[in-house]
Write a protein that binds this ligand. Structure first.
Ligand SMILES: C[S@@+](CC[C@H](N)C(=O)[O-])C[C@H]1O[C@@H](n2cnc3c(N)ncnc32)[C@H](O)[C@@H]1O
Length: 289
């Protein structure tokens, strides 16, 4: 039985089990609308793995959505010297988290706010961490995709974004979780936020007399594309990872492999043209082509 099934049981039975599992000290007394699920802390060993899996370091700003007692952001600050913020609907847990930040001497780098995660501005985060129920994951993924900058990492404990497939996944033994959901293991998911490339682009290769016009359509990590002004040519093998884009343009049996970076409405990189490297640039077209 995983946590989803655990929570999917009738609400009263589920909450009663949670209170039993975590003891009266952690029982939820506040009447707050926990749309993302009840307070169930991630065990410290799993927190440590989450931060390693997300490659958290001192230059990161970590946001934990539904931060509970603050353990994820506090650990990122204490062990990795990262900065960050926890957003939590329960003001008692926020108070406790801010007190812990002061106690550990990291309150200059991390803070906790009582807030519904849907009201948060996520644009500052370089890493987002999650331990929220599947329905909340589904509701949040569009906000996370659109607000986080390309290259930002998202690490989730046990739950995923459905059709937005993760870039990496690990499962490992975690006996500490047996008391939480009856399963002595944890699964972590990692997504790297891709650049937004939907729309029409004009590609210019240095030294070439004409431009290529392409149209990309993007659904989370899946990007498809068409060439708009080239008969008999095909656009294939499109991949966007963070700011990095690669694709191939076929002309007959000749394949040209483009590699580059996306920066807002521009792309640039190199293409291998029959044995020689050439530079290319692309601009997002505001007008129909
Ligand atoms: C499963 S706990 C995870 C706590 C912490 N992130 C961790 O991993 O230890 C989920 C937390 O999300 C909070 N929460 C639920 N819905 C929320 C919402 N809409 N906005 C902010 N926090 C929410 C709950 O109060 C709870 O503390």
């Amino acid at each position: 039985m995983n946590l989803f099934h655990f929570f999917a049981r009738p609400l009263i039975a589920g909450l009663a089990c949670l209170v039993c599992a975590h003891g009266a000290a952690q029982a939820q007394t506040r009447d707050v609308d926990r749309t993302g699920g009840p307070y169930v802390p991630t065990p410290q060993v799993v927190v440590d793995q989450m931060l390693r899996f997300g490659r958290v370091n001192a230059s990161d700003f970590v946001m934990d959505l539904g931060s509970g007692d603050g353990v994820i952001v506090l650990t990122a600050a204490r062990q990795m010297k990262a900065s960050g913020m926890g957003l939590e609907i329960d003001p008692d847990l926020v108070k406790q988290s801010n007190e812990s930040a002061r106690k550990y001497g990291v309150s200059d780098r991390v803070s906790f706010q009582a807030m519904d995660v849907f009201k948060a501005d996520l644009s500052r985060a370089t890493v987002v961490t999650l331990y929220l129920l599947p329905a909340m994951m589904a509701n949040l993924r569009g906000k996370i995709f659109s607000e986080l900058r390309p290259g930002a990492r998202v690490v989730s404990h046990d739950y995923h974004f459905g059709e937005w497939q993760e870039d990496e996944r690990i499962t490992f033994d975690a006996p500490e979780k047996e008391a939480i959901n009856g399963i002595p293991s944890a699964t972590l998911y990692l997504w790297i936020i891709p650049a937004k490339v939907s729309g029409r682009w004009r590609i210019q290769v240095d030294g070439s007399a004409h431009q290529q016009a392409v149209e990309f359509t993007q659904h989370f990590h899946t990007v498809k594309g068409n060439l708009l002004n080239a008969k008999g040519a095909n656009l294939t093998d499109i991949s966007v990872k963070g700011e990095d884009i690669t694709f191939a343009i076929w002309n007959g049996s000749t394949r040209h492999h483009y590699r580059g970076k996306v920066r807002g409405g521009s792309m640039s990189g190199t293409v291998n043209l029959d044995g020689r490297e050439a530079r290319w640039q692309a601009q997002r077209a505001s007008n129909p082509m």
